[in-house]
Write a protein that binds this ligand. Structure first.
Ligand SMILES: Nc1ncnc2c1ncn2[C@@H]1O[C@H](COP(=O)(O)OP(=O)(O)OP(=O)(O)O)[C@@H](O)[C@H]1O
Ligand SMILES: [Mg+2]
Length: 153
């Protein structure tokens, strides 16, 4: 197991969406993302986690897992649910495709346009693992180790 990988698991409750966003954007500070890029990461995580909550676990609550890593200067975010899964991933990724009347069907479109890569590997009955990757636009994206220390007490 990659010792640098951060793993968080939380119940699929709407109030945990903001928590997931904050954790992901805090983690993203390890790379030299601009404020605008950080906002894009926040939206993409929000869309992925809300999909797990709303669609994945539509039949009852479950656990959402988020994994965060920096791999060769690229931010990698996994969002995994073990809910109902997606029968046809290609169709689900089409703009404006939704199975909920009251939704826009734009979640995957946002994830795709705000991140550099999006992989959706879902299977009915197994759940939906999503991988998103983003590299900072700025040169030398990885921050130098700042040697940040624990506060003195
Ligand atoms: N984690 C998931 N588990 C099961 N089905 C999913 C999951 N994520 C997405 N889907 C399916 O894919 C469809 C498209 O997802 P997408 O996020 O693009 O749109 P939406 O969630 O319906 O609407 P919006 O994101 O705009 O509120 C969903 O309507 C749902 O049927
Ligand atoms: Mg959505």
């Amino acid at each position: 197991m990659d010792a640098e990988r951060i793993i968080v698991e939380f119940p699929s409750r709407p109030e945990n969406l903001a928590l997931a966003r904050v954790i992901a954007t805090a983690f993203a500070t390890r790379l030299d993302f601009t404020v605008a890029e950080t906002e894009e990461i926040s939206v993409a995580v929000s869309e992925a986690v809300s999909n797990a909550i709303i669609h994945g676990y539509r039949e009852g609550p479950g656990i959402v897992r988020m994994e965060l890593a920096v791999v060769d200067g690229v931010l990698e975010i996994l969002v995994i649910d073990h809910g109902c899964g997606i029968p046809d991933v290609d169709r689900a990724r089409q703009p404006a495709y939704t199975t909920s009347e009251d939704r826009m069907g734009l979640g995957f479109v946002f994830m795709e346009s705000f991140m550099d890569e999006l992989e959706v590997d879902s299977a009915p009955g197994k759940g939906t693992p999503i991988v998103m990757r983003k590299r900072p636009e700025r040169e030398g994206g990885e921050r130098a180790a700042t040697g940040q220390s624990l506060p003195d007490r």
